[in-house]
Design a binder for this molecule. Structure first.
Ligand code: SAM
Ligand code: SF4
Length: 354
């Protein structure tokens, strides 16, 4: 496996950690024994929407192009991760499909022995449909925070509801595995919960309700979080015995349900009120080539610069993941986690990728 950039140098002894390991790891593990085999790659910090919970109102300052990973650098880093045991790669952003060479990147990554998936806002799906079909990318998550055209526009600050809905229908017609992500925010779209669940009656989609999470610049307020308990109590009150709890897969971040006889299912991602850190297997690679060992951590490891310097990046990957904290970047108490100060140290979501 080649995990070097630039000139190929002799494989160096990569255990430069300050701690001692008996033998070289064969997989990416942290000090709590959690195996990390899922890589989320952000392709860009750009986006064609401006979701109020994700992008700061003033926007984000983009870096010069050379600061972001090129297509070849993405492929090189991805191959390194696959060599270290990564089995699933999800592309995200910003909006991954606004990147001009997104199609080429998807096509190349689809040749790797991994499950390839994408999270998108759905606007450009029709343009990419054939390439998804050709590359075998079947698992697509689409963000959909409202079923009301005007509200969609308010939440995303763009008038793209019709396009997104017609593209979701296109995916369903073409038998893609479709997950719809809705960030529920009190007073903004929580009154649509029943409509979201009813949407799964005819359509074989998996709706996921994500608790509103705090990041730099998103005016997060714990009182705006619609909790797992609230959602389940509501669903029980509406559907009674027809609400069925489904079995979750290993490493699932969501708890899944369905309503008896409905075509689709739904789930809740309870990062705020009930985090799932003990089964976390995720590594995040930002568009500027840094890895984050936790969504809420402000510690980053710069793989891109090392790759460009012709250095071996394996040791950096191992070291970063080894240092991962047990729970949400070390924010163990509710007070710490709900403090805006803590999250101001982190990036805004649009520059992480979810
Ligand atoms: N542009 C793509 C999209 O919207 O699906 C991919 C990037 S977006 C950052 C990835 C996911 O993060 C989306 O499902 C979005 O809803 C979610 N997200 C963004 N900000 C969030 C927040 N503050 N709390 C919870 N989820 C958030
Ligand atoms: Fe863009 Fe996705 Fe963030 Fe919305 S959630 S602003 S679509 S990156």
């Amino acid at each position: 496996m080649k995990c070097f950039g630039g000139i190929k140098t002799k494989r160096t002894i990569f255990i430069t950690f300050t701690f001692k390991m008996e033998k070289l790891p064969t997989h990416i593990i942290d000090s709590f024994g959690r195996m990390h085999d899922y890589l989320r790659i952000s392709l860009t910090e750009r986006c064609n929407l401006r979701c109020m919970y994700c992008m700061p109102e003033e926007g984000v300052i983009l870096k010069e192009n050379g600061k972001y990973m090129s297509k070849n650098e993405i492929l090189q880093i991805a191959k390194c991760f696959v060599g270290l045991g990564v089995k699933k790669i999800r592309l995200t952003g910003g909006e991954p499909l606004v990147r001009k060479d997104a199609g080429e990147i998807i096509s190349e990554l689809s040749k790797l022995p991994v499950e390839l998936a994408i999270t998108t806002n759905g606007i450009l799906i029709d343009k990419y449909l054939n390439m998804f079909l050709d590359s075998g990318l079947k698992s697509i998550n689409v963000s959909l925070d409202s079923l009301q055209k005007n509200r969609f526009k308010e939440l995303t600050r763009r008038n793209q509801f019709d396009k997104v809905m017609s593209n979701i229908n296109l995916l369903v017609e073409n038998n893609f595995h479709v997950k719809l992500n809705a960030v529920l925010i009190k007073g903004e779209n929580d009154d649509e919960l029943l409509d979201f669940i009813e949407f799964t009656k005819q359509k074989p989609v998996h709706f996921r309700f994500i608790e509103f999470m705090p990041f730099d610049g998103n005016s997060w307020d714990k009182n705006k979080v619609v909790s797992y308990d609230t959602i389940i109590e509501f669903a029980k009150s509406k559907y009674g015995k027809d609400l069925i709890r489904l079995k979750d897969k290993k490493n699932d971040t969501s708890k899944s349900y369905k309503i008896a006889a409905y075509a689709g299912t739904f789930a809740i991602i309870s990062t705020v009120t009930n985090p799932f850190c003990d089964s976390c297997n995720r590594i995040r690679l930002t568009a500027d080539g840094k890895i984050k060992n936790c969504l809420f951590s402000n510690l980053e490891t710069d793989l891109l610069t090392s790759l460009r310097n012709g250095e071996n990046i394996e040791s950096l990957i191992y070291e970063s993941i080894w240092k991962k904290k047990a729970v949400r970047a070390g924010m163990t108490t509710t007070d710490e986690f709900t403090s805006p100060e803590e999250h101001r140290k982190n990036r805004s979501m649009i520059t992480i990728g979810g």
